[in-house]
Design a binder for this molecule. Sequence first.
Ligand code: SF4
Ligand code: NI
Ligand code: NI
Length: 709
Amino acid sequence: MTLFDRVFGGNDAVYGLTEAAIDGAIAQYGEDAAVSFPDTAYSLPCYYAVTGSKVTNLKELKAALGVVKTLMTREKRLNDAFMSGVATALCAEFIEVLKYMNGAKPYEEPCYGHLADAIIRELGVPLVTGDIPGVAVILGSAPSTEEAVELVKSYQAQGCLVTLVGGVIDQCVEAGLNMGNAVRIVPLGKDVTAVIHVVSVALRAALIFGNVTPGDAGALMKYTMDRVPAFVNAFKPLDDVIVACGAGAIALGFPVVTNETENIFRVPKSLIVQEDVSKFNATSIEARDIKIKVTKIDIPVSFASAFEGEIIRRGDMQVEFDGSRVDCFELVEAKDASEVEDHKIEVIGPDFDEFEVGSKHSIGYVVEVAGKSMQADFEPVFERKFHNYLNCIEGVMHTGQRDMIRIRVSKNAFDAGFRAKHIGEVLYARIKNEFDAVVDKCQVKVITDPELCTKMRHETAIPLFDKRDDRLATLTDESVDVYYSCIMCQAFSPSHVCVVTPERLGLCGAVSWLDAKATNELDPQGPCQVITKEKPIDERIGEYEDVNEAVKLYSQGALEEVSLYSIMEKPMTSCGCFECICGIEPFSNGVVITNREYAGMTPLGMTFSELASMTGGGVQTPGFMGHGKHFISSKKFMKAEGGIERIVWMPKELKESVAERLNETAKELYGIDNFTDMIGDETIAEDPETLLAFLTEKGHPALGMDPMM
Ligand code: SF4
Ligand code: NI
Ligand code: NI
C-alpha cells in the first residue's frame, strides 16, 4: 500500500460513517433540526473556516457533506492527499457535532470535547508572549502508562498546552495525573474524531486573531502553518483513519511524530518516525521550530507556566498565608547598590516545618533591587508579576496583591522539600531573568515572624502603596507627554496595534501605561514604542497626527487613523484577547458590556462569543470595541459619545467588580450617586424591552442622550 491508498482509504471510511450518521440523525430528528457546537459564534468552526458557510440545520449539514465530497479527489498527488486529510477532519467535525444534537452534553469528566470560543480568546496573550510555546496533540495509547505520563508532563513542564485523544487519556487517569484546562492538560475525547476539537481551536484562532476571511482556505492554512505552533504525537498502531487525519494535520502545517514503523512513509519535517517515545518531545519541538523559555530555578518542585491555574484545595494544603486575616504583604523596593547583596535570600521567622498542617500564618516578602537604570515607577510593575511567578510553582497557589495576598503551599510541595527560602529563590530568579536590563543586584527577605510582618505592613508597605496610588491618580492622558504602542499581539493579529495611555490600558487588561513604559525602557527595540502626542487633530475624539502616523507605521499601513476616545469614529482595533467587549444598544442610546467569563445572553441578543466575533483581527468596527476591565471606570471611556453615562448593562459579577471605581467616576463627572444601581444585569433583563423598562424606571441618563447612530 502506498501512503495515498492509506489516506484515501481512511478518508473513504470516515466519509461513509459520516453519511450514515447524518442520515440517521435526519431520520430521528427531521432535516430542519438545528445543529451547532455550544459556546461558539462559528457554528461548525472548521467547516465555516474552510468554506465560509455556516451550517445551521441537518439539511444544510447533509448539503455540506456534498461539498466535502468535492475535496476527495483521487489523483495520486500530494495535494489530493492533503485535501482528503482536510475532508477527513471535516467529517470528524460533522460526527462530533451530531453528538451535541438536542442540547446533549456528550462529554463528561475528564474529557472536554468542544472548547468554547472564550477559552481560545484566553489563550491569546500566553501564546503571543511564548508562555505557551506550543500545542501538543497526543493521540492513541503510549506503550506504557509511565511513558504516557512522562511525555505529557514533559510538555507541561515546558508550558505547552497538551491535548489528549484516545487511550492516553485512560493512561493519565490511571496514573492519577491532575488534568484540566487550568494546568494545560486537556483530554478531548476517546474517539479519534475528538481530535477535531483542537483543530477547531487552531482554525478559530485564525478567524478570531488573524482576521482570515472564512472560506479563504489558502490564507487559513498559511495562518495555521505560520502562527499556530501545534504538532501531533501519534502512537502506534496507526490505522488508515489516523493516517488520513495526519494528512489533514500536515496540510495545516502541523508535523506528525509517530513510533509506527510498519507501513509508514517518512516526509521530512512533516511525518517523522521516532521509535523512542522518550524522544518524542525533543523531536517534536525541533520539527515545529519551537523555542522553549528555560527557567532554571533551584527549587525542589517544577516551575512552569502550566501550573499557573493550579488550585490547591483546603485538604491538600500544608500551610496557608492569608492577608485578609493576618498581616501579609509583598513588596518591591529600589535601593542603593551598597544596600543590596546579589542573590542573598534571608528567612526571618519560623520555617514551614514549624507550622501545624493546615494552619494560617503571616508572611511578607520584600524584593530589594538595585541598578543604575532602576526607577521607582518600575516597582509596581515588578510587583504585579509576583502573582504569576509564585503561581508557576508546582504546588503553590497565590491570589491577590499588595497586602491582600493569600498563598497556599500543598502537602506534596512541602513533602518534596519546598520551604520559605524557595519563595525567595523564585522571586530572585524571575526578577533577574525578566528585568536584567535594569536590575543589577537583587536580594529577597521572606518574613514569617508575625510581629515583624505587622510592623512592616503598617510602617513600610502601606505608606508605600499609598504613595504609589497618589502617583497613579495624577497620571492622566493630559499629564503625560507620550503614549506607547503595543504590538505584542501581532504574532497572531498581524495588523493590530494598541495605543496605551494612562487612562486607557491595553485591551487585554495586562498592559498599563506604566507597564508599557517599563517594557519600552527594558527593551527599546521591543513591542512597546514611544508615541508623541504633540499634534492634536480633534481633542473631542482623541485624534492626533502623531498617533495616526505611529499606528500607520506599526500596522504596516493597514490602519491609518485611530481615535482614543470614540467607539463610533475611527475606533481602536481589537486583536481578539480582549477582556471585555462593548457594543451599542440602539433602544436606549446606550452600550452593553460583557466579559469573557460570562457565558450567558446579553440584551443585544448575542453572547460574549457572538459579540466578540463582530470585531477583532486588527480591523476597525464602529459600534463594537474590545477593552480591558479597568477601562470601564475611566473618564476616557467613550468620552466622545458622552462617556460612562452610556453604560446600560453589564453581567452582575462584572458590575460588582467595577462598582466602586465606576461609581466614583460617575459622581465626579456627573454628580450621580450609586450609578451602578441604574445599570441592568442578567438578573434584571436579558432582552431590550425589559431593559428599557428598567432604565426608564431608574431614570438612566442614556435615555436622554442623542442617538449614537
Ligand atoms: Fe496585545 Fe494590546 Fe495587550 Fe499589547 S496591550 S498584549 S497588543 S492586547
Ligand atoms: Ni494589622
Ligand atoms: Ni491580543
